[in-house]
Design a protein around this ligand. Sequence first.
Ligand code: C2E
Ligand code: MG
Ligand code: MG
Length: 627
Amino acid sequence: MIICEPAWGWTVGAVCAMAAPYPTVLTGLALAILGSAGAGAGFALRRAKGRLREEERLRHGAEGELKAYVDMLPIGVVTIGRGGELVQCNRKAPDMLGLTPGQVASINWESPAISIIDASGDGIEPEELPWNRALATARRVSNVVLGVESTETGDWAWISVSAQPRLDSAGEVLDVVCTLEDVTQQKTTEAELTLHHLRDSLTSLPNRALFMERLSRAIIRSDRRKFFSAVLFLDLDRFKVVNDSLSHEAGDKLLIQVANRLRGCLRPEDTVARLGGDEFVVLFEDILSVNDGLTVADRIAQGLTQPFNINSQEVFTTCSMGIAISSSSETLPAELLRDAEVAMYRAKAKGEGSIEIFDPSMNAQALARFQMDSELRRALERNEFVLHYQPVVGLQSRQIEGWEALVRWKHPERGMVPPLDFISLAEETGLIVPLGKWVLEEACRQAGEWSRAYPSAIPRLMNVNISARQFQHRDLIGTVLEALRAADLDPGALKLEITESIMMKDPMASLEAMKTFKSMDIHLVIDDFGTGYSSLSYLKRFPVDTLKVDKSFVDGLGKDPESTAIVSAVISLAKSLGMRVTAEGIEHREQMDHLLQLDCDQGQGYHFSRPLPREAAEELLARDPRW
Ligand code: C2E
Ligand code: MG
Ligand code: MG
């Protein structure tokens, strides 16, 4: 690597080469100097010795002048030798490259002292560098914009580079003269012009496109700096509740305030972007370890704990966060974002306010879930779901007083798949909505058919389980009405089972929906009662007909004093609120007797019957047993 200090030999040829893009200034300059050198040569013809000295003096004078001019130029000028090495440069060039003259002396284009990207922010292969292209093709390369960053100071500039090869008489490339022009200002203005395309209009945070661009640059840079880049994916918990119970306008206000809080929790160099809805992402460029990521996540969680003031109302929110860290410059930005999202879903599943770090095994699980989801969708299309029916027995009457429809997946290879293996996934992916609709239609159809085929003095109700997502779905009421109409079933013959946690997720909205069902004469049951966290004050306000005591308490009845006390308390509570009680999971006669003593109305469980396929249930109806 050769670097010429002040007395570098700028030749006229080199000046002409670089003059190409600046014809008026530089060509004029070169010609003026040439002219003065020519005049010196004529003078030397008469005295050989003196002539030689004079020529020498003139040559040096011309070169000195050339150098002085080139040094004064507001652009950088560098000559790159045939081997790609920097041969010489003017005074401006090191400055523009963000290097000291000392660093320039030992420059290596792949050196960690300098990092170069292309105009779109991607890393650039050495052979794509303009001088290398000029060397390889022996042709001029014009106006290639490169981003150049000093990895030491972080100084950053956009430089437009033109490279002009100089050829010898045989047409071989001698070297390449490059001119460097700082276009940072221009590029920034351009970026600002496109800024509104890159910002989220609600929060004015960067949008997905801008985030992805910054992320790709960060990944390249972090590899050079030996830091990690990390993406934190954040999703607000229960944002929907705010949107639905207050208003969309209130939801928007919350998002704006959350965006401001997030900005406040982060350093100016971190990027926080909104991907859409209540999803935000943060990019950290200088993470040293997983712990650094967790520290920031904690800071964010802390920052969101204070209530938000929305239309003079205090709103509390938490968020679920997933973090993914790039391990090398090979990481694709989209992959890193997806990993962070997978981790966020993991955090959501753990419970509100959780933080998860992505680990590759999550991907395997995500893949398995993805496959299962596609299988489930196909199963729905192919009618692979069936309903089994478990009788609900009157503890006084000892007869069938109703049925609970329980879905199963008749898998072509795996056989009968129980609901616990697929309901939560269907719930997560939203498939529960069409699946639940099918269950409602089928259960109502069956109930209608049985009411006609097996008339009875006691009205037999059909219980259908409703999941959270279904309950929140605005079409549920329409779906129920349509199912009843299609089955020609009296609304009073349908009971919807909702768990406590569903109701408590959004008590106000639940109350509204439940009132509507009640006004339609449809019965409502709180399923698995005792396992959630019902507020008793709410319970009083909900138009619920029946509490279903969870099997876990029935199991301990008569054996474990706590369970016995709970069952007895639930029954008293229900009675005092004018509700009926069904006990689930009755497996033994003693449990049934004990429940009867406690004034429990109905029971369900293996003691009476397991859930049965349609034909077996019909046999039972035909027999009309007494237990
Ligand atoms: P669940 O609504 O609490 O249903 C009662 C579960 O307890 C059923 O399990 C039933 O088979 C089981 N069971 C009933 N009696 C006994 C007993 O004596 N001993 C024991 N060990 N178990 C008993 P299954 O059918 O596996 O359903 C599990 C859960 O899946 C249901 O709990 C319900 O939450 C959900 N599920 C089932 N079908 C549907 C559906 O169509 N839609 C929705 N959203 N969820 C459903
Ligand atoms: Mg149930
Ligand atoms: Mg239950």
